[in-house]
Design a protein. Structure first.
Lengths: 264, 523
């Protein structure tokens, strides 16, 4: 009995230690996201934004790290337990040739359902609650914003600005101002995906969908790509978000009213 | 052995073997498609074809054939046919002729699917067939529709047959609580098929009506709605994941219990909590395939919760499976190696699904290689490994002969390594933004080394599978005689001779009070 106890304690310790190491490594990797969030919890980060805009993209990195740590710890624990069982209960010469797995009493059987169920559900609801908070930030568009109409088609992104300026495959935006895209499609499904801003949403004929993001650094360019299979040239349906300083943007914007600007 | 006997057979075991041959043929074709895609993607720009349509057709064929032609028929066709009557002590299925109809319909479906490579305008609509593209493409959407309809019909009549068989043809004394886990799993899978296949049938029929007969179900300019199709499609196709998942988990339970010589841990929790829970939840989670499709916000949040809750029944089944190892006496023949391999692959696949359940995380992850890596781990590879495990496991029963253990184990390790190279890399570049279904990735050229690595992994994977297939063929022809019960299993199918004769048993079996399929080492 004592030996058995040691086995259990030993394997539990190994599991906890390795889970901890992995979690620490993942946490270290995410330090960027955490410092972005001011070292606070995701919920605190997302809720503080008094007077300033909360950018969902760092929130995404934060939640992603949180969920990855969560699933890594569960995975390591489960994998170690499985590996331990496989090793501990392998058939050895002279050992038992049939198993002696327990016949559970009714209470134990119910316990083995109820307790894991509560543990899993607790984790599910924890993740769901965090996911919901972030979701609300993704869907609540700040009032002060640049609103651009997007019509997608095989195989281009066509943007129309409030002053009538048009661009193709180049979304020119000022740094520091939220950009809202109202999207529709003239033929098949497309999906406007900007990996750097951690956001995408399908566009389709007959419905208007939206997404928004916060460009931060002027002078940067971000890849736009189509994420919903739309036909033969799907993989070539790409564009760029070009972030300008507010002054540069204003100059460009004022100069292009009602004209059409085609990009290469 | 004459051909006529096989063509006109109504014996469930022969029907099962016919299913196996057809689905393995489909697996080879779809696997070759995967290799072609990986070769194409091994470098930026055109490599083995300069025509994106060829790539899109391979992609379509790989998905549609693997799911509809290989996994579902192998699991609910071959395993169900071969094992269920034997496991419940029946002479045959309830409706043997209907069974024969179902397998030949399946072959018609396979032939239709393979016509993809011979018609001048092959379908390029992906296995999902989303409109409006599927209604305006020059590709042959009708071929897609009819392939799905025929295979769906085969599956439905198979389902009716097996539900009847399990309900009415169990051996005397074989109560519901003594059924093999595999039988429960297949029962649940067929319940799901009967409920949801008609929805898929409706969806794909409406697509062809839109394209060829001038209706406007999915055409918004005439009052239709493109999102309706996606809802109908995934209302079936998410439960279809459980139609694959449940039987393959059932196979794992049989193998793990036999090679651990142990009773299933908490049997009733697995059956009623695990399998029952999945059946209850299966139809309430489909919107997680539509998180970025423009659905209303409240349903996206609601189904985030239901999707996360799937972890409860799946977790109960995993606990049952790992618990079966506890205090076992485990040996590691090839089927067990595959089964234990699946435990780890499924763990990775299942846990990487949790971020995908979260709507806000999916705004970035959806339609990237992360999704592709995840579902290959959780369903495609875990399912395929389980099918291979099951074929190895019942191989002595089917053929009366033994495969080669050395080549079996070698094949397993090669495939296991190849799998992780391909799909781990896939998830990694997916998180970094690589979108799926790309013929070329000029604006993601930084992923070229990863794509090269995956191509190498895919070749390794292919070699491993080829070794297993050759091992079966050679084993079936000239393997050593295996005896009736080489694994020392308690389950009923091992009590008859190998291979079982027509009618399965000389006299109908009955089971005792203390017997269960897992009653090892009763004290």
């Amino acid at each position: 009995m004592n030996r058995k106890l040691k086995h259990w304690a030993g394997s539990a310790l190994i599991a906890l230690l390795s889970g901890g190491v992995i979690a620490a490594a993942a946490a270290a990797q995410s330090s960027e996201a955490v410092s972005e969030a001011g070292g606070k919890s995701l919920v605190q980060y997302l809720q503080k934004g008094e007077g300033r805009i909360t950018d969902p993209a760092p929130g995404w990195d934060y939640l992603w790290t949180e969920v990855i740590i969560d699933i890594t710890v569960i995975g390591i624990l489960f994998a170690l337990m499985t590996a331990y069982f496989i090793w501990r209960y392998r058939r050895v010469p002279g050992g038992p040739t049939v198993g002696s797995g327990p016949t559970l009493s009714t209470a134990a059987a119910v316990g083995w359902v109820v307790i894991p169920t509560f543990v899993f559900m607790a984790d599910d609801f924890f993740i769901a609650a965090n996911g919901w908070v972030l979701w609300n930030k993704y869907r609540d568009v700040p009032a002060e914003r640049l609103e651009v109409q997007l019509e997608s088609g095989m195989y281009s992104w066509d943007y129309t600005y409030p002053n009538g300026a048009r661009t193709q495959n180049e979304l020119i935006v000022p740094a520091g101002k939220p950009v809202l895209l109202r999207m529709t499609s003239r033929d098949t499904l497309h999906s406007h995906f900007i990996p750097d801003f951690r956001v995408k949403e399908d566009s389709m004929p007959g419905r208007v969908t939206y997404l928004w993001f916060l460009p931060r650094e002027a002078g940067k360019e971000h890849v736009i790509t189509c994420a919903e299979y739309c036909g033969v040239m799907h993989s070539y349906m790409a564009g760029r978000v070009i972030v300008k300083t507010p002054e540069e943007f204003k100059a460009w914007y004022d100069a292009t009213g009602d004209s059409t600007r085609k990009s290469s | 052995m004459n051909l006529k006997e096989w063509i006109f057979t109504t014996d469930h075991k022969r029907v099962g073997v016919l299913y196996l041959i057809g689905s393995i043929a489909a697996f080879i074709v779809a696997g070759v498609m995967a290799l072609l895609m990986r070769l194409e993607l091994s470098a930026v720009g055109p490599t083995i074809t300069s025509n994106p349509t060829s790539y899109n057709v391979w992609l379509y064929a790989h998905g549609a054939v693997m799911i509809l032609g290989f996994q579902i028929p192998a699991l609910t066709g071959f395993f169900a046919n071969y094992c269920i009557p034997l496991m419940i002590g029946a002479k045959d299925v309830a409706f043997p002729r209907v069974n024969a109809l179902s397998v030949w319909l399946f072959y018609v479906g396979i032939v239709l699917a393979l016509l993809t490579f011979f018609v001048p305008d092959p379908p390029d609509v992906m296995w999902t067939g989303y409109p409006p593209y599927s209604t305006i493409t020059t590709g042959n959407t009708a071929l897609y529709t009819f392939t799905v309809l025929i295979l769906g019909f085969a599956s439905i009549i198979g389902g009716v047959n097996f539900l009847t068989t399990i309900a009415y043809m169990r051996a005397p004394g074989l109560t519901w609580n003594k059924l093999n886990i595999f039988v429960w799993c297949t029962l649940a899978a067929f319940v799901l098929q009967l409920i949801f296949v008609p929805v898929l049938g409706t969806a794909v029929t409406l697509i062809s009506m839109d394209k060829y007969l001038g209706t406007h179900f999915f055409d918004p300019t005439r009052g239709g709605d493109v999102l309706t199709y996606q809802n109908l499609f995934w209302f079936y196709s998410h439960p279809a994941v459980y139609v694959i998942f449940l039987p393959f988990f059932g196979v794992l339970f049989e193998i793990v219990a036999t090679f651990a010589k142990n009773r299933v841990f908490n049997y009733k929790a697995v059956v009623f909590g695990g399998i029952g829970g999945i059946v209850l939840l299966a139809g309430e989670v489909w919107v997680h395939h539509l998180y970025v499709s423009g659905m209303v916000d409240w349903i996206r949040v609601g189904q985030m919760v239901t999707t996360l809750l799937i972890s409860v029944p799946v977790g109960l089944m995993l606990i049952g499976l790992v618990g079966t190892l506890y205090k076992g006496s485990i040996t590691f023949e090839t089927p067990m190696l595959y089964a234990l391999g699946v435990l780890f692959l499924f763990l990775i696949g299942g846990l990487t699904g949790i971020p995908l359940a979260v709507t806000s995380l999916t705004l970035h992850l959806s339609d990237t290689y992360y999704v592709v890596g995840h579902f290959h781990y959780v369903m495609a590879v875990a399912g395929t490994f389980s099918i291979f495990a099951g074929v190895y496991y019942w191989f002595p029963k089917m053929t009366g002969r033994m495969y080669n253990e050395f080549w079996g184990k070698l094949g397993f390790w090669i495939t296991f390594v190849g799998t992780n190279i391909v799909f781990w890399t896939m998830m990694d570049i997916g998180v970094k933004g690589m979108p799926r279904r790309y013929y070329d990735y000029a604006h993601f050229a930084q992923f070229e080394p990863a794509h090269k690595l995956m191509t190498i992994g895919a070749v390794i994977l292919g070699v491993g599978f080829a070794i297993a297939l050759l091992n079966w063929i050679i084993g079936a022809i000239k393997g050593k005689p295996a005896g009736n019960n080489p694994w020392g299993s308690m389950s009923l199918e091992w009590t008859t001779v190998s291979p079982p004769p027509h009618g399965n048993w000389p006299s109908p079996p009955s089971v005792s009070e203390e017997w269960t399929p897992y009653a090892y080492g009763r004290r």
